[in-house]
Design a protein around this ligand. Structure first.
Ligand code: PBG
Length: 332
C-alpha cells in the first residue's frame, strides 16, 4: 500500500520534535548520569596477591590489600571518585571481635589507599555480619540480637576505621541508635571531620544473596527480619531517615535501589538531603546473568538502570558497575 504523504494533522503539540536528533535529545535531557556520583564496593581479604572471583557476581573479586589498592587506582583512573570497603576476616567469633582490629584487612586497606591516593573517597561498611561466626549483624542472646550491646561494638568498629583514615563510615546493621552512638564516639575520638553515610532505609531483601557469597556473611540460622525493613513499607522508611538525620547522618541511603525507586524519590523530596542508593549484588547479578545468556544488551541495560536510580533522586549510586559505567561515560 502506498504511503499517503498528503495526510496532515494539525497538532498543537508534537513531542517527537524534541526527539529528532541526539543533540536535540541531549539539549532537553533531564537527568545526567556522571561518573562523579558513582561509588565502587570492594571486598577485602587478608594476605597478598589475592584476587578470588565471586561466582555469582561476574567481574567482582575478593581482593587482598595490595590488589584492592590497584583496583581503587584503576577505578580512580576511570573517573570513579570513591570506594566502599567490606572486610572478610581470616577468622570469626560470636562477637565479631576482628571487626575493630586496627590491623584488620579493611583498616590496612584504608591506610594503603589513603597513602597512595589522598583524594580517593574511602567509605567503610560498618556491620558485624562478616565478622561473626553465626553471620548475624550483632551480638546474640540466644537467637535475639541485643541492640544496645551491638551498638557499642559498632561504634568501636567505626572508630577503628576513622583512626585508619576513612572519610566516611557507613553503618549497615539497622540497629536502633547506632548513628548517634557512632557520631558521639567519633567526636570524642577527635574525628569530627569523619562523616556518616547511614543505610537509613535498608530493606530485608532477597537481592543481597550474591553479596553473602562474596562476603561469606549468610546467617547460620534465621534471617534479618528483626532489624531490616519490611519491603511493604514506605512511611517507616521516612521515619528511619528522619531519625538518622536527627542522630547526625550526613548522607542517607536507600537499599536496594530498583525495587525501591519510590522510596528514593520520597526521601529526596521530603528531606532534600544528600541521598545515596545502593544498586545491590542481586540487581547486578540479574543483569550479568541475562547478558551472559544474550538476553539483554548489557551496556544499555546498565546505563538505563543507573539513569533511573539517578532520576528517582539519588545523588550518589553505589554499584558494582561503577567502573564499567564510568568508562562508558568517558568514551561518549
Ligand atoms: C552488611 C551488608 C549487606 C549488604 C551491604 N552491607 C548484606 C546484608 O545485609 O545481608 C548487601 C550489599 C549487596 O547485596 O550488594 N550487613
Amino acid at each position: 500500500m502506498a504511503v499517503k504523504t498528503a495526510t496532515r494533522l494539525t497538532l498543537a503539540r508534537r513531542p517527537r520534535r524534541l526527539r529528532r536528533t541526539e543533540t536535540i535529545r541531549s539539549l532537553v535531557r533531564e537527568t545526567h548520569l556522571t561518573a562523579d556520583c558513582l561509588i565502587l564496593p570492594l571486598f577485602i581479604v587478608e594476605g597478598r596477591g589475592i584476587r578470588r572471583d565471586v561466582t555469582s557476581m561476574p567481574g567482582v573479586s575478593q581482593l587482598s590489600v595490595d590488589e584492592a589498592v590497584t583496583e581503587a587506582a584503576g577505578a580512580k583512573r576511570d573517573g570513579v571518585p570513591g570506594v566502599l570497603l567490606f572486610g572478610i576476616p581470616g577468622s570469626k567469633d560470636p562477637s565479631g571481635t576482628l571487626a575493630s582490629d586496627p590491623e584488620g584487612a579493611v583498616q590496612n586497606a584504608i591506610r594503603a589507599m589513603k597513602r597512595e591516593m589522598p583524594d580517593l573517597i574511602v567509605i567503610t561498611d560498618v556491620c558485624l555480619c562478616e565478622y561473626t561466626s553465626h553471620g548475624h549483624c550483632g551480638i546474640l542472646d540466644g537467637e535475639e540480637i541485643l541492640n544496645d550491646v551491638t551498638v557499642g561494638h559498632l561504634a568501636q568498629v567505626a572508630l577503628s576505621h576513622a583512626a585508619a583514615g576513612a572519610d566516611f563510615v557507613a553503618p549497615s546493621d539497622m540497629m536502633d541508635g547506632r548513628v548517634a552512638a557512632i557520631r558521639q564516639t567519633l567526636d570524642e575520638g577527635g574525628f569530627e571531620r569523619v562523616g556518616i553515610i547511614s543505610y537509613a532505609a535498608k530493606y530485608c531483601s532477597a537481592f543481597y544473596g550474591p553479596f553473602r557469597d562474596a562476603a561469606d556473611s549468610a546467617p547460620q540460622f534465621g534471617d534479618r527480619r528483626s532489624h531490616q525493613m519490611d519491603p511493604a513499607n514506605v512511611s517507616e522508611a521516612l521515619r528511619e531517615v528522619e531519625t538518622d538525620l536527627a542522630e547526625g547522618a550526613d548522607i542517607v541511603m536507600v537499599k536496594p535501589a530498583l525495587t525501591y525507586l519510590d522510596v528514593i524519590s520520597r526521601v529526596k523530596q521530603q528531606f532534600n538531603q544528600p541521598t545515596a542508593a545502593y544498586h545491590v549484588s542481586g540487581e547486578y547479578a540479574m543483569l550479568k546473568a541475562a547478558a551472559a545468556n544474550g538476553w539483554i544488551d548489557e551496556p544499555r541495560a546498565m546505563m538505563e538502570t543507573l539513569t533511573a536510580i539517578r532520576r528517582a533522586g539519588a545523588d550518589i549510586i553505589i554499584t558494582y558497575y561503577a567502573r564499567e559505567a564510568a568508562r562508558r561515560l568517558k568514551s561518549r
